[in-house]
Design a protein around this ligand. Sequence first.
Ligand code: UD1
Ligand code: UDP
Length: 373
Amino acid sequence: MTGPKRILTVFGTRPEAIKLFPLLHALARDESFASVVCVSAQHRSMLDQVLEIAEIVPDHDLDLMRPDQSLDALTAALLTGLGRVMDAQKPDWVVVQGDTATAMAGTLAAYYRKIPVAHVEAGLRSGNIHHPWPEEVNRKIIGGIAALHAAPTETAAAALRGENVDPATIHVTGNTVIDALHWIVARMDKQPALVAGLAGIEARFAGKRIIGVTSHRRENFGDGMQGIARAIKRLAARPDIAVIFPVHLNPNVRSVMEAELGDRANVALIEPLDYPHFARLMAISTLMLTDSGGVQEEAPALGKPVLVMRETTERPEGVEAGTARLVGTDPDRIVAETVRLLDDAGAYAAMARAHNPFGDGHAAGRIVELLAR
Ligand code: UD1
Ligand code: UDP
């Protein structure tokens, strides 16, 4: 008699935790699986915020985050640390998500042990290894190794087929981020107190139109971050708007934003929000300005226009559907595109349309079925 399949799920950052908790919930409900969770803790408090709300208690916590960590030191520690956990757990499958250092190193460590890898959110490609950096290369490495590719969309599946990945291993499942968003919105409806922490800022900015901002991409460090900060400063000079900006804990982001925006009356620079509060921020925002991957997927689901402060995107579905627009990091362009949405009701209405090009909220169930085969 064979026992349950051992699934080792490996992750380390906020967005991986958000996109994997629906799968972890589904695995935990299914007796045909023994689900083991290993966090690298490449992020610490931003990861823990998600683990807490999703009630995930890791079996292994490598606690690898170091201040302002370099990619090579992080990757080396991940490879040896994750390898040790795999040796101890001897899983049938390793599950990774997305394109972080943890996902890439987890995939390599599994490959070195001939353990098959299931890749959640497979097939995203910008076509430029410097944008986003280093994520484009991380996900290409994972794509070359994984035995099961859970592609969120048909576009992602086609990108994998274009790289000669065996079509029998590619499955369009939708993106688990929509499962996560549905779960959190349902929780917020039942427990409004979960988002009470924004009440003070909401009262302070009553009557103004809110712009929600996030920014953290490594390729934007330096000039790109400066451009974003200058654009926000100019936008915040308008009396009718207010900016709410939960600032990523990466010191390369914080130093620029605090120096440029710390003393602006219409800008609230705040600590990273937990997922319910961030969902609330998206809900009260007129539009989102972001360089985030996950926010590009969530904003269309909530009917919020999203201006993407990047030169490329691996998520063309939002742009094609008209709810996302690439605006780069040049302050003139960011300001012009934002002002157009603020002042031209027709342009705003054309973008503010709720739809779900990234999934239907049932991706996790499909991935569990694939793992069960
Ligand atoms: C990482 C991922 C990126 C992902 C992003 C999501 C890599 C190479 N990068 O980028 O793909 O889009 O997470 O946010 O895998 N820090 C804290 N506390 C935290 C989290 C981060 O203090 O909870 C600070 C630390 O100084 C840390 C630094 O941020 O060294 C950078 O963290 P790291 O995970 O290396 O990179 P991110 O820029 O967050
Ligand atoms: N998010 C959050 N709190 C914040 C900012 C973002 O919970 O203060 C969520 C957001 O809803 C999305 C994810 O974090 O699901 C995006 O993470 P991030 O932008 O750090 O990474 P990326 O998606 O770009 O890899």
